[in-house]
Design a protein around this ligand. Structure first.
Ligand SMILES: [Zn+2]
Length: 380
């Protein structure tokens, strides 16, 4: 899986440059292009930016911070860190974003991570996401990160968490977005590696709200990670897991009954099992669905055939999220717009999805209620 990764370049001299300060040399404007996230939303029928209504306030609950690495920022960080990317231009890289399945996406995803080396890099990555999220109406973000994808490259877990935390600490003030961090284990790595990662993260548990499980699903059932999830629950952390994306409904059952998760990430294949749907409805287990991701990774052939309406009709607590937006053609409001257009969802259904996002979050009750009132007050 990681064989496709670019060979790490030797540490460049400029990393030790004494003139280098804590201020990231990557200009914010470079890392946060204003119009790229309109790739999906800017259909001919979309209102112009000048007349566009305020996007619905929403929480984003399924967002991999590494999946927000836009080609512009990847090239900027590559230059800063002396990493050679196997693409000559940003356009050439963007053309590589055509995936046959989850694994072909993951190959590129891990290759590009080679540019993330320092605390500044992780802080810049998170700032770039938060700036875009603000434009998309995000009021609360529960953000995944993959420590093993970085520690395997020699980047200490503290560098990753301290860099992300630096950006998240100022997110309320700078972007008006509350945040939580969710540490994911790579399910195609061993259970022992997950345990090692969990223990390495212990000094940072005050920064982490939940643990999760992601990466290549098929062949790596949730039960493989029973032990580390039990330890996480013992430590007072919430638990989530990707299940029922490419994997079968049986994986969703395992996530619920073996790992004891509070939320299922994706879960679109749950509809194949009536008894499972009844369980998810009865317990109101949230499902963090990612429509554009499902199409890009060929989980669903056509957005017009997405099971989102059927999931809502079944009474499931469904939310809409962006997953890896730099790679899948849109951030979270772009996903809202895309499902509205492809599935004919009316305004009230979109409001239900926005309300669900806060109901499914790990927010305290008072803050949740405040955000729900913002949804009700939105005139868009
Ligand atoms: Zn995901």
């Amino acid at each position: 899986m990681k064989g496709a990764a670019a060979a790490p370049a030797p540490a460049p001299a400029n990393l030790d440059d004494p003139s280098r300060t804590g201020t990231p040399p990557v200009p914010r404007a470079l890392s946060v292009p204003q119009n790229r996230c309109d790739r999906v939303a800017s259909s001919p029928s979309s209102p112009s930016a000048a007349t566009a209504p305020e996007p619905l306030p929403k929480a984003e609950l399924h967002l991999h911070i590494e999946g927000t690495l836009e080609p512009e920022l990847a090239f900027a960080l590559a230059a800063r860190n002396g990493v050679e990317l196997p693409y000559a231009t940003e356009d050439e890289l963007r053309r590589a974003y055509s995936f046959a399945d989850l694994q072909s996406f993951l190959n590129l995803y891990y290759a590009l991570m080679a540019v993330l080396r320092t605390e500044d890099d992780f802080a810049d990555l998170a700032h770039a996401y938060l700036a875009r999220a603000k434009q998309q109406g995000v009021r609360h973000a529960e953000i995944f990160f993959d420590p093993q994808a970085h520690t395997a490259r020699g980047v200490p877990i503290g560098t990753v968490i301290d860099g992300l935390a630096r950006a998240l600490d100022s997110a309320e003030e700078t972007y008006g977005i509350s945040t939580r961090l969710i540490m994911c284990f790579l399910r195609d790595e061993s259970a022992e590696s997950a345990l090692t990662t969990f223990e390495a993260a212990r000094p940072y548990f005050d920064r982490i709200t939940a643990v999760g499980l992601d990466s290549a699903e098929v062949g790596h059932p949730p039960s493989k990670f029973k032990e580390v999830f039990a330890l996480a629950r013992e430590a007072g952390l919430k638990c989530v897991a990707h299940a029922g994306e490419e994997g079968p409904p049986a994986y969703v059952w395992e996530a619920l009954d073996v790992l004891g998760v509070d939320r299922i990430d994706h879960g679109v294949r749950s509809l194949e099992d009536e008894r499972l749907v009844a369980r998810l409805v009865a317990d109101q287990v949230p499902l963090t669905v990612c429509p554009l991701s499902n199409v890009r990774l060929r989980v669903i052939d056509d957005l017009a055939d997405h099971p989102l309406p059927a999931m809502l009709d079944a009474g499931l607590l469904v939310t809409v999220n962006s997953d890896d937006p730099a790679y899948f053609g849109g951030y979270v409001d772009d996903n809202f717009t895309a499902v509205r257009d492809a599935l004919g969802l009316d305004r009230e259904t979109l409001r239900t999805l926005a309300r669900n996002s806060f109901r499914a979050s790990f927010l305290d009750e008072a803050t949740r209620e405040r955000y729900l009132r913002e949804v009700d007050a939105n005139q868009g």
